[in-house]
Ligand binder design. Structure first.
Ligand code: C2E
Ligand code: CA
Ligand code: CA
Ligand code: CA
Length: 275
């Protein structure tokens, strides 16, 4: 049994080496991607189905890798976060999103995801302001999406950063609402402008009665706290109808459009009637 144990260890090591090597390769690749032009943003529409109006787009980063193809963010954001590469990456995303939004034919808002490490920068508000100035985007068109993990690390600092961002006229949305440990306490302590109901609840509508109750409760919470609620991951007409009946005004999901490259947005905006 002892010998077998040793063999198991020996067999395990090369696998670990391989994983580590793969990680290093990905990290080196990501550095190169940042220096070059391999990172691109796709944009997913956010709509008000009742009046059929487009209200904005969420910017979602993709990596056009020369040999791996289009790599989704879940495959490299965590690594970027661990290695600190998220800082230049996040700054690229913010600048690119503001730059592109400033050229849209309608003054819709652009939502940008910020990771915990970005939010820990004490000078984040100054950096954001510099980008808004440089790209000439009005602050009220920018919405920053954060999850509560951003906040629980260092409450005091997060609150100060959040207040300074809001003082610039930027809106702040709480992303993936309901999936964290203390969503309600976070909501009470921080001045969010918007709550995004996590896709996991929306996708279970019609399958698990509890999902409907949770969604209903979050919409009620938004109403009483006067915070806008967006449902994410809306894929079916049944989900849309339920949400609309329960008073959800803003939605995002494949039903209304997948994330798409910047070139495709002009056509979507052309179809809009002027506000
Ligand atoms: P998220 O912020 O919750 O973004 C929503 C994700 O759900 C996106 O995946 C989007 O494509 C997907 N989605 C939207 N509607 C539907 C739907 O109807 N059905 C299904 N099945 N999926 C839908 P994506 O683009 O792969 O991004 C995954 C996550 O990566 C994002 O989750 C966000 O946490 C992170 N991420 C993306 N871009 C950035 C970025 O620029 N910076 C940071 N820090 N994180 C980012
Ligand atoms: Ca998001
Ligand atoms: Ca989300
Ligand atoms: Ca998410």
């Amino acid at each position: 049994a002892k010998a077998e144990g040793r063999n198991t260890v020996r067999a395990f090591e090369p696998a670990m080496d391989a994983a580590l090597a793969e990680r290093r390769r990905l990290e080196a690749d990501l550095r190169r991607a940042l220096a070059g032009d391999e990172l691109v943003l796709h944009y997913q529409p956010q709509v008000r189905p009742a009046c059929g109006r487009l209200v904005g787009f969420e910017a979602l980063v993709r990596w056009r890798h020369p040999s791996r193809g289009l790599v989704p963010p879940n495959a490299f954001i965590p690594l970027a976060e661990e290695t600190g590469l998220i800082l230049p990456l996040g700054e690229f995303v913010l600048r690119e999103a503001c730059r592109e939004a400033a050229r849209w034919t309608l003054p819709l808002k652009v939502a940008v995801n910020l990771s915990p490490r970005q939010f820990q920068q004490a000078d984040l508000p100054e950096r954001v302001l510099a980008i808004l100035t440089e790209t000439d985007l009005s602050p009220d068109r920018l919405e920053i999406e954060i999850t509560e993990t951003v906040i629980i690390n260092d409450m005091a600092r997060a609150l100060s950063v959040l207040r300074r961002l809001k003082a610039l006229g930027i809106r702040i949305a709480m992303d993936d609402f309901g999936t964290g440990y203390s969503s309600l306490a976070t909501l009470q302590a921080f001045p969010f402008d918007k709550i995004k109901i996590d896709r996991s609840f929306v996708s279970q509508l019609g399958e698990r009665p509890s999902a409907a109750e949770i969604v209903r409760a979050v919409l009620g919470l938004g109403r009483s706290l006067r915070i806008g609620v967006v449902a994410e991951g809306v894929e079916t007409d049944g989900q849309r109808r339920f949400l609309a009946d329960e008073g959800c005004e803003e939605m995002q999901g494949y039903l209304f459009g997948k994330p798409q490259p910047a070139e495709r947005l002009a056509a979507m905006m052309d179809g809009e009637r002027p506000a």
